[in-house]
Design a protein around this ligand. Structure first.
Ligand code: TTP
Ligand code: MG
Length: 357
């Protein structure tokens, strides 16, 4: 049986800002853009008590929590800290799969110190993060990725939770459906409509039923309900795509504002492509409408998409294929990927900077 650890930093950007400025401790803090049309990247736990959360507009956040302190995000700095955290992981194993800047899976079945219990490693890692970096992390330990991830979320912040194989089914039974990996707001809503609110009810659903309602994810949900997840911790993860997206404060249906937003999204995409030295010759446009319907359109060129004169006309061409006059747009995303059959889904990242339309 494998030994998997999932580590997730607690309110990462906000925790870093509180670490560096102790005046913020105990007060509600949100990190993100600081203009009127910005969104919150994350909030500390004091602010979350007021309902402030990631991706919420700062205007809304201020309404919910008038004393909220807004701190501008310092992405490059968080990235450096994330590297320091990863160095600690490497002391135990090189089988590491980073999921985002503050989250990773570790396979410690074999580990550099021959430590028998994964929970001991998780405890040590948490301790080292605290002593050396002065931040707290939550860790989940189990025999697969799904359960390790769910476990790390279970006792946040500063949590350590182990799900043993013989306890897994009981644990899953009582788990709310929204706490399953891959169940977002829309899927949760659909599950509720189907009478599925927890793991026990999910387990009672037939495979064909889940496949009918959730397509390919049906099999995944079916397996998760039974504590099954065979996916490996992927160490040789190479970036296959770069994407960025923006959810608008107000839905868009006018061409001029769509074009302006497309420009800014392309600008951010180019910033990320340049930062990562990424080359990809397929451009994908994602559009989510105000009724949550979503479509994507792609175009492949012989040359890599690297700069504005190349990306913007192609993005506009893709947008031309979409009729949004009577179907307002809630979100636009752009990603660049390598063409080829082995393409992975783009890893979308919420845009955090502000638009001035
Ligand atoms: P998360 O791990 O999702 O959130 P968190 O670490 O702030 O809080 P938690 O204690 O619940 O783990 O994301 C990690 C960082 O990524 C977060 O600090 C800020 C950034 N982020 C965004 O910029 N936009 C987003 O929409 C989300 C969800 C996160
Ligand atoms: Mg986190």
């Amino acid at each position: 049986m494998r030994k998997i650890i999932h580590i997730d930093m607690d309110c990462f950007f906000a925790a870093v800002e509180m670490r560096d400025n102790p005046d913020l401790v105990g007060k509600p803090v949100a990190v993100g853009g600081t203009t009127e049309r910005s969104v919150v990247a994350t909030a500390n736990y004091e602010a979350r008590k007021f309902g402030v959360h990631s991706a919420m507009s700062v205007v809304k956040a201020k309404q919910l929590c008038p004393n909220l302190i807004l701190v501008p995000a310092r992405h490059d700095y968080y990235h450096q800290i994330s590297e320091q955290i990863r160095e600690i992981f490497h002391e135990y194993t090189d089988k590491i799969e980073p999921i985002s800047c503050d989250e990773a899976f570790l396979d410690v079945t074999e580990n550099k110190f021959h430590i028998e219990l994964a929970v001991d490693i998780a405890r040590e890692i948490k301790q080292k993060i605290k002593e050396r970096i002065h931040l707290t992390a939550s860790a989940g330990v189990s025999y697969n990725k799904f359960l390790a991830k769910v476990a790390s979320d279970y006792r946040k912040p500063d949590g350590l939770c182990t799900i043993h194989p013989d306890r897994a089914l009981d644990f899953i039974s009582q788990l709310d459906i929204e706490d399953f990996w891959g169940v977002g707001k829309v899927t949760a809503q659909k599950m509720h409509e189907l009478g599925i609110r927890n793991g026990a009810q999910l387990r009672a659903a037939r495979l064909e039923f889940l496949q009918y309602h959730f397509g390919k994810s049906g099999q995944i949900f079916y397996d998760f309900a039974r504590g099954i997840d065979h996916r490996e911790v992927e160490t040789n993860w190479v970036r296959k795509s770069i994407g960025t997206e923006q959810t608008f404060l107000q839905d868009l249906s006018v061409k001029s504002s769509v074009t302006i937003h497309l420009y800014h999204i392309a600008e951010e995409l180019i910033r990320r492509i340049t930062e990562d030295n990424f080359t990809g010759n397929t451009l994908t446009l994602k559009v989510k409408f105000n009724d949550f319907q979503q479509i994507t359109r792609s175009i492949t060129h012989s040359q890599a998409f690297l700069d504005m004169p190349h990306i913007l006309p192609a993005a506009k061409e893709l947008m031309e294929q979409i009729d949004y006059r009577n179907h307002p747009i809630r979100l636009i995303g752009l990603s660049v990927s390598h063409s080829g059959k082995e393409q992975k889904k783009p890893r979308w990242k919420q845009l955090q900077f502000k638009f001035k339309p």
